[in-house]
Design a protein. Structure first.
Length: 225
């Protein structure tokens, strides 16, 4: 039986919405995607799934942040925030592998007492996720460094929010030249990490592919099959 990966999603006009690149990435590693229903209890999902991907999407609501909502906020979904925060905390408690992507890293951080900047400039293009790229500096103590054996890399960029105060459960794995936190990981778990960019878009690149390889390797060890 294949490894099962639960993936969160956005809502649009009361319909679930998810970028197909997440599904393609899961399938390319021989795993099966489980698009998570927010009407299902997180415990039931974690009884089935061998790993969780917190996908990208709209901005965080006041449920997850500690200050007044920015007028630049968009794509809010309180139901999603409530569900993902509980799912995230329970996956952590059960040591189930979890990968947060873009919005996902922000959910991870705020679910454990961290915070975000609600708006930054220069990290998003409205036309294409691949229009903006930038260099990141990678900690030599991180799982990212173990993947590419290099302390710099080029990543894509499609976000206007980012981490500010980092939760004490996380180590910072990578930053950009303008001091944006680009990746975090929890050293006390087999795999509990988030990245601010979109590796599912660039599986032909060593770093992006390696992130998924590491994640799926840990999911396979956790397999309930």
């Amino acid at each position: 039986m294949s490894v099962i990966i639960g993936i969160t999603h956005s809502y649009e006009d009361n319909f679930p919405k998810i970028n197909a690149d997440y599904l393609k990435a899961v399938s390319s590693f021989g795993a099966v995607s489980l698009i998570i229903s927010y009407n299902e209890s997180p415990d039931n999902i974690l009884d089935i799934a061998d790993g969780i991907i917190l996908s990208g999407g709209g901005d965080l609501s006041e449920y997850l942040i500690t200050e007044k909502l920015s007028p630049k906020a968009r794509g809010l979904c309180v139901k999603r925030d409530v569900y993902e925060a509980e799912l995230c905390r329970k996956a952590f408690a059960k040591n189930i592998p979890l990968l947060g992507i873009c919005r996902g890293i922000q959910v991870m951080n705020t679910s454990f007492g961290g915070n975000i900047y609600q708006h930054i400039d220069g990290h998003i293009s409205e036309n294409s996720i691949n229009n903006i790229t930038h260099k990141i500096s990678i900690s030599k103590k991180s799982f990212l460094y173990n993947i590419i054996k290099n302390d710099t890399a080029i990543v894509n960029s499609f976000h206007h929010q980012c981490l500010s105060d980092v939760s004490p459960i996380f180590d910072i794995s990578a930053t950009s030249d303008d001091s944006i936190i680009e990746a975090v990981e929890c050293p006390k778990r087999n795999f509990f990490a988030g990245v601010q960019w979109h590796p599912e878009k660039k599986l032909d690149e060593k770093l992006s592919k390696g992130i998924f390889e590491k994640f799926f390797s840990c999911c396979l060890k956790n397999s309930k099959a």
